[in-house]
Design a protein around this ligand. Structure first.
Ligand SMILES: Cc1cc2nc3c(=O)[nH]c(=O)nc-3n(C[C@H](O)[C@H](O)[C@H](O)COP(=O)(O)OP(=O)(O)OC[C@H]3O[C@@H](n4cnc5c(N)ncnc54)[C@H](O)[C@@H]3O)c2cc1C
Length: 443
């Protein structure tokens, strides 16, 4: 009897179908459970080519899975095909600081491989997050003000495009593809290997300062003003209304990392934040950079996360923070995290890559979590909150959006960026095979 899989030529990786022993785990992404018809785990680039050709000829919806962490659940689907890159996870150092990373590697594996060499790549804050998804849409982590986004460290990529070709993309070879990969998400093909220029790292100062909720306005406004001129080694995330720590009464927390091992330089950089209000806790200590990354976790079954994000320009910081503080105290606020960007990110031209939000000073991420009825009950307040915040924000960060509507896509890609991406899409994926992402339609 013939099977649709007969068209999958010389495939040496794993093929997981419903009923197989590991189908249960294969169909699960970190935040979503799907029911794909096939999960293919390529063992090499040849397998990725075969899988992409199979996807194109079968007409099945296609999901490409890197680390499986996307909030909208792009890494799985119902009834379609998943190309799971988890077997392409090698991390190897070339000469000097050049690092080749498999398309299915996680940032924890990268940190573990580089730490013994005194190297790191500016990435995110969680070990289990995939190099693929995080890099292709940005990458905002603890080294972002000093070394830029993860995609700013990318110097080349090996990509299997929709017709099954294997292309190199870098500044001189297929430069329009290289431009599009740095911000355009999974729209342009399967990246089988990323090449990064790593940065030297030492141990770092990392931890959390917490202050009473009643001092939220003074702490946030003072923190944002200070961060504008603070050493770029310092990166911070402020949190408000943490539902696990008292919601409206939760302490205001400033999570921070000073990218250096000199205690007096760290104290000079951090002390102005310590002095913003009476401290409740301070656990900043010196530790290896790799240990700063959190392990990551899968939410319990039935718990959903709804995440929205928006950038804040320098001129809007004060008004936006005032709004966030007021919302946090109301008891109806989502969990709020405000990340510093700026620094090295803002020194790259808006159009140098397909990540256009270079001039933003802060990124706000709002998360509501719970079972479906809790999410449904919270949604009107969330929408109203977001509507009131909108005049003070601009754009959105694709990696912290749990939906992918046209409004979301327009917030991620302003018109000039979108037009250029759509042109590249026409060249590299004219039939929109790679559509499980913040999708750019071929122009
Ligand atoms: C717990 C947690 C912590 C996070 N922390 C941070 C953070 O600190 N900073 C930050 O910037 N973001 C962070 N994120 C957001 C994260 O960057 C996104 O969720 C991102 O999409 C995850 O990438 P992934 O490869 O794990 O996910 P996936 O769901 O596997 O992939 C996401 C998208 O990228 C595509 N893709 C992935 N790999 C490839 C590849 N090799 N080739 C082509 N397409 C590919 C997929 O098709 C999909 O469209 C966090 C998310 C979570 C859940």
């Amino acid at each position: 009897m013939t099977s649709v899989l007969d068209t999958l030529d010389n495939f040496e990786g794993d093929i997981v179908e419903p009923g197989a022993a590991d189908y249960e785990s294969a169909r699960r992404a970190v935040l979503t459970v799907g029911s794909p018809a096939y999960v293919l785990r390529p063992a090499g680039v040849g397998d990725v080519r075969a899988a992409v050709r199979f996807a194109a000829s079968s007409g099945l919806p296609l999901a490409v899975r890197g680390g499986g962490h996307s909030f909208p659940g792009f890494a799985t689907n119902d009834g379609g095909l998943v190309i799971d890159l988890s077997r392409l996870s090698a991390v190897s150092l070339g000469g000097g600081s050049l690092v080749r990373v498999g398309g299915g590697a996680t940032w924890g594996a990268v940190a573990d491989a580089l730490d013994p060499h005194g190297l790191a790549i500016s990435s995110g804050d969680t070990r289990s997050v995939g190099v693929g998804g995080l890099t292709l849409s940005g990458g905002i982590g603890w080294k972002v003000r000093k070394h830029g986004l993860a995609l700013d460290s990318l110097v080349g990529a090996e990509v299997v495009t929709a017709d099954g070709s294997v292309l190199r993309a870098d500044a001189t070879e297929n430069p329009s593809l290289f431009w599009a990969l740095r911000g355009g998400g999974g729209n342009f093909g399967v990246v089988t290997a990323f090449e990064f220029e790593a940065q030297p790292t030492t141990a770092v100062h990392h931890g959390k300062l917490s202050f009473p909720a009643t001092s939220a306005a003074a702490v946030l406004q003072g923190w944002a003003t200070y961060m504008r001129g603070a050493p770029e080694e310092l990166t911070a995330i402020a949190t408000l209304a943490n539902p696990f720590a008292g919601g409206p009464d939760a302490p205001v927390e400033i999570h921070l990392m000073f990218d250096g091992d000199d205690p007096s330089a760290a104290a000079t950089a951090i002390d102005p934040i310590r002095r913003l209000a009476p401290l409740l806790t301070d656990d900043v200590t010196l530790k290896p950079y790799g240990s700063v990354l959190e392990a990551g976790m899968t939410p319990p079954p039935g718990i959903r996360l709804v995440t929205r994000s928006a950038f804040i320009a320098p001129a809007s910081v004060s008004a936006a923070l005032a709004h966030l503080v007021e919302a946090a105290a109301s008891g109806k606020s989502p969990f709020l995290a405000i990340r510093t960007v700026g620094g090295a990110v803002s020194r790259v031209a808006d159009d140098a890559t397909a990540y256009p939000h270079r001039k933003a000073e802060l990124l706000v991420v709002a998360t509501t979590l719970g079972p479906d009825p809790v999410i449904a009950a919270a949604t009107p307040a969330l929408n109203a909150f977001w509507h009131r915040l909108a005049p003070h924000t601009m754009g959105a960060y694709a990696n912290f959006l749990s939906s992918s509507t046209e409004v979301d896509v327009a917030a991620v890609y302003p018109p000039n960026t979108y037009r250029r991406l759509a042109t590249a899409k026409r060249q590299y994926d004219p039939s929109n095979l790679f559509a499980a992402n913040h999708n750019v339609r071929p122009q």
